[in-house]
Design a protein around this ligand. Sequence first.
Ligand SMILES: Nc1ncnc2c1ncn2[C@@H]1O[C@H](COP(=O)(O)OP(=O)(O)OP(=O)(O)O)[C@@H](O)[C@H]1O
Length: 230
Amino acid sequence: MAIIATQHLMRTYGKGAARFTALHDVDLQIEAGEALAIVGKSGSGKSTLLHLLALLDQPTAGTVVLNGQDTHQLKTRQLNTLRSATFGFVFQQFFLNSKDTVYDNVVLPLKIAGAVGKARRERGLAALREVGLLDKAKNKATDLSGGQKQRVCIARALVNRPKIIFADEPTGNLDSVTGQMIEDLLFKLNREHGITLIIVTHDPDLAAKCDRQLQIRDGQLVGGERDKIA
Ligand SMILES: Nc1ncnc2c1ncn2[C@@H]1O[C@H](COP(=O)(O)OP(=O)(O)OP(=O)(O)O)[C@@H](O)[C@H]1O
């Protein structure tokens, strides 16, 4: 069974004459454990699709089915719970609280989910160990290199043991060597923990490393889906 499927997914922005359809009637299926790249030109609808798949935004029409559950009917609070239990997020802009320590940034999703005490501490430290940053736990998040900041974001994405990591241009702010490290880390999590990766990227090399590429043009999927080994 697909971990995510969409049915007739559509998103418009604006009203009246300014109404613009950013995504038309998208049907897709993503298998558990897949590494999927979403590619396409600027403005083609990649981020719109990612936000809908990640339940961060509501479609104008159509639905996202997550693990067989139609999310269309869910209330905001149910969506929030489902999102925090199932997804991790890694964005180009990091979104770290610069005044807080690395550790506090990483355990934030656990605090929100209500985990306390020893469980929170153990999982936070395990996530930091996974990304090789245990020794930076007490540093301020601002006192890190770009690659280290992105590793903190990956640790924060991991801390709730997600089934899916959504990554929006995860290497966009990094030099190529550092970007490579971040890619390796994401693919390691995919391989070793079976975490499904859904990555929006402009980088053809990163896209080619995924199992599959979904190409979007003007809000529509192009030519179905290209397999890596075709
Ligand atoms: N909040 C919004 N209001 C109006 N139009 C929007 C809004 N968000 C996105 N759009 C439009 O929808 C289209 C798709 O935008 P989207 O951000 O999904 O593209 P993208 O492929 O992710 O682009 P990029 O690669 O530049 O990030 C664009 O034409 C954009 O201008």
